[in-house]
Write a protein that binds this ligand. Structure first.
Ligand code: NAP
Length: 308
């Protein structure tokens, strides 16, 4: 069987692509590693997806999945082990099968890098978050910290300073990786009179403390080895993200961080291969932008196989 379209990845980008492609009459297979929803399914509350004032991430994922299934979506639960994309018929190999299609959408997502400290998984959604834009509002008037020294942590720190009572920026060095404009904005807020922002430099987090939810952290100063305890309601980790594109690095055009480069029609460097969602090089990684990518990619794939 040769599908019109194979979508790899069942997060919001992949599921939206499947809805648009099925509605356009395409024969679609979605290949997903775990469960539909991707990162969203692990998010406790979503309050920035239009139409839902507040919705559980798993519930939103299940709604998208149910909508696609109603349209007849076929799903294969498997890891893709190999891609063969240069011929007219695109092939993907899983552990037990080879699937073929006239077009392919890569909606592989990108996952936040983890701190790799004990108990990290236990506190996710219980005071520990990897997305300040998504979860910051749950920490109104609370004490939070953000870890990282890149653009994301600097921007998130400024964002959180407008919500939380107190924000600590924790960075492992004494100079920031983020660009000058972001460092300047951060420094301005840091130096304001009665600022609610403090920086803790040359320090790493070596322990997360708490029973059922995060209550604090242990920091180690890299210069003098001193260990200190910091009480917190929330910790945001912004130490970079990693797209799952290892298998594609010699096949497709990626940027220096491994994200897939596309044009505005979601076309990659290979004809008939499209990318959508967080795996793409883009400026705002949110559910709503992933859905938008998915819709565009599906219509582009439709036009491609119709010779448009
Ligand atoms: P990033 O630029 O990779 O920065 C990650 C930061 O986390 C670095 O400061 C790094 O420290 C630190 N870090 C890494 N591993 C760590 C660990 N295990 N423990 C403690 N700290 C650790 O990531 P990002 O800020 O998410 O940005 C990702 C990309 O998106 C970048 O290219 C960035 O420019 C871009 N971006 C741009 C904008 C914008 O232009 N407005 C906004 C957001 C993101 P070191 O510095 O010591 O390595």
């Amino acid at each position: 069987m040769i599908y019109d379209l194979i979508i790899v990845g069942g997060g919001p980008a992949g599921l939206t692509a499947s809805i648009y492609a099925l509605r356009a009459g395409m024969k679609v297979l979605l290949v997903e590693r775990m469960m539909p929803g991707g990162q969203v399914a692990q998010t406790t509350k979503i309050e920035n997806y239009p139409g839902f004032e507040s919705i559980d991430g798993l519930e939103l994922s299940m709604k998208m999945h149910a909508q696609a299934e109603k349209l007849g979506l076929e799903i294969e639960y498997a890891d893709v082990l190999e891609y063969e994309l240069n011929n007219e018929i695109k092939k993907i190999r899983t552990y037990s099968n080879v699937f073929e299609a006239k077009s392919l959408i890569l909606a592989l997502g990108a996952s936040a890098k983890q701190l790799n400290v004990a108990n990290e998984k236990k506190f996710i959604g219980r005071g520990l978050s990897y997305c300040a834009t998504c979860d910051g509002s749950f920490f109104k008037d609370k004490i939070v910290a953000i870890v990282g020294g890149g653009n994301t942590s600097l921007e998130d720190c400024i964002y959180l300073s407008g919500i939380a009572k107190k924000v600590y920026l924790i960075h492992r060095r004494d100079t920031f990786r983020g660009e000058q404009a972001n460092v300047a904005n951060f420094t301005k807020i840091l130096n304001q009179e009665n600022s609610n922002v403090s920086q803790i430099l040359n320090s790493t987090i070596i322990e997360l403390i708490g029973e059922n939810k995060l209550e604090g952290i242990i920091l180690e100063n890299k210069v003098n080895g001193e260990k200190t305890k910091l009480n917190l309601d929330g910790l945001f980790v912004a130490i970079g993200r990693k797209p799952d594109t290892e298998l594609l690095k010699d096949i497709l055009k990626l940027n220096s961080n491994g994200y897939i480069i596309t044009d505005e029609k979601m076309r990659t460097s290979i004809q008939g291969v499209f990318a959508a969602g967080d795996v793409r090089e883009k400026s705002l990684r949110q559910i709503v932008t992933a859905c938008s990518d998915g819709a565009i990619a599906a219509i582009s794939a439709f036009e491609f196989i119709k010779g448009g």
